[in-house]
Design a protein around this ligand. Structure first.
Ligand SMILES: Cc1cc2nc3c(=O)[nH]c(=O)nc-3n(C[C@H](O)[C@H](O)[C@H](O)COP(=O)(O)O)c2cc1C
Length: 230
C-alpha cells in the first residue's frame, strides 16, 4: 500500500463513527398512525395510586401457568411492562389480574413526553435512542422482584419494529439466568418480530419463549388462555 492509500484509509477509519451502529428508521409502515400521548387512563392512574397508598412491596403468589394433561406447574410469575401511552399498561394489568400474578411497571428515570414519542421527528428523543441499539436510558428504580420470579411476562409497545431501549436497560439491570421470559407487545400494526426472542435471550441470558403482539382490546380470557400455553 502506498503512502497515499495508507493515509486515505487512516482518515476513513478516523472518520468512521466511534458510536454504536446507527440503525435506519423506516417509518413507511407507520404512515397514518398518530403518535400516542403520554397519558394513562383515569382507571389505570387510580390503580397505581391505590397501590402506592397501600405501600406494600410486590408479592409474587404462586400462579398456575401451565395446565396440560401431563403437567400442572406452579410458578412465581411476574408481569413486567413498559408503557409510554397506557395501552401496554392496560394489557399488562389485564394479564396479571387474569393470572393472579404480580405486576411491575418499568419506568425510565425521565418520563417520555409527547414530543419525545414523535417518530416523525428524526431528532425526537425516541428516534435518537432507537437509532442506537446500545442505548440504555436510566431506569427510575431497580425494585422489580425478578430474583423471586420463575416466569416473567415482559410487555412493551413495539418501537421501530423492536423493543424500546428502556427494555434493554431493564434486561441489563437484573440477573435473569435460569428464568423464563415470555414477550408480549402492543403496536400500531407491527408484529413482535422474529428476532425479538433471540435478541432478548442474548441480552438477558434467560430462556425466552416466543411472544405475541396483542390488540389494545384483547380480553382477559384470551390473555389467560395464551399464557397457559406458554
Ligand atoms: C417511538 C415510537 C415508535 C413506534 N414504532 C412502531 C412500529 O415500529 N410499529 C408499530 O406498529 N407501531 C409502532 N408504534 C406504535 C406503538 O407501538 C403503539 O401505539 C403502542 O400500542 C403504544 O403502546 P403504549 O401506549 O403502551 O406506549 C410506535 C410508537 C412510538 C411512540
Amino acid at each position: 500500500m502506498g503512502l497515499f492509500d495508507f493515509l486515505k484509509s487512516k482518515k476513513k477509519k478516523e472518520e468512521a463513527p466511534a458510536e454504536a451502529e446507527v440503525l435506519p428508521l423506516d417509518s413507511s409502515e407507520l404512515a397514518g398512525i398518530e403518535p400516542p400521548e403520554t397519558r394513562y387512563t383515569q382507571e389505570y392512574q387510580d390503580f397505581l395510586a391505590s397501590r402506592e397508598a397501600a405501600g406494600d412491596g410486590i408479592e409474587l403468589p404462586g400462579t398456575r401457568v401451565r395446565d396440560t394433561e401431563q403437567e400442572v406447574m406452579e410458578m412465581k410469575t411476574l408481569v413486567a411492562y413498559f408503557s409510554a401511552g397506557g395501552v401496554t399498561a392496560a394489557v399488562a394489568k389485564r394479564l396479571a389480574d387474569a393470572l393472579g400474578a404480580a405486576l411491575y411497571e418499568i419506568k425510565p428515570e425521565t418520563a417520555y413526553t409527547t414530543e419525545d414519542l414523535d417518530w416523525r421527528n428524526q431528532e425526537s428523543r425516541s428516534s435518537v435512542e432507537m437509532k442506537d441499539k446500545d442505548c440504555r436510558p436510566p431506569l427510575m428504580d431497580t425494585d422489580a422482584p425478578v430474583a423471586e420470579a420463575d416466569l416473567i411476562f415482559l410487555g412493551y409497545p413495539v418501537w421501530w419494529y423492536r423493543e424500546p431501549s428502556i427494555i434493554d436497560s431493564f434486561l441489563d439491570a437484573y440477573d435473569f439466568k435460569g428464568k423464563k421470559i415470555v414477550l408480549f407487545a402492543t403496536s400500531g400494526t407491527s408484529g413482535i418480530g422474529e428476532e425479538a426472542p433471540q435478541r432478548i435471550a442474548r441480552l438477558s441470558g434467560a430462556e425466552v419463549l416466543p411472544g405475541k403482539r396483542f390488540p389494545a382490546d384483547v380480553s382477559a380470557e384470551e390473555l389467560k388462555a395464551w399464557a397457559e400455553t406458554c
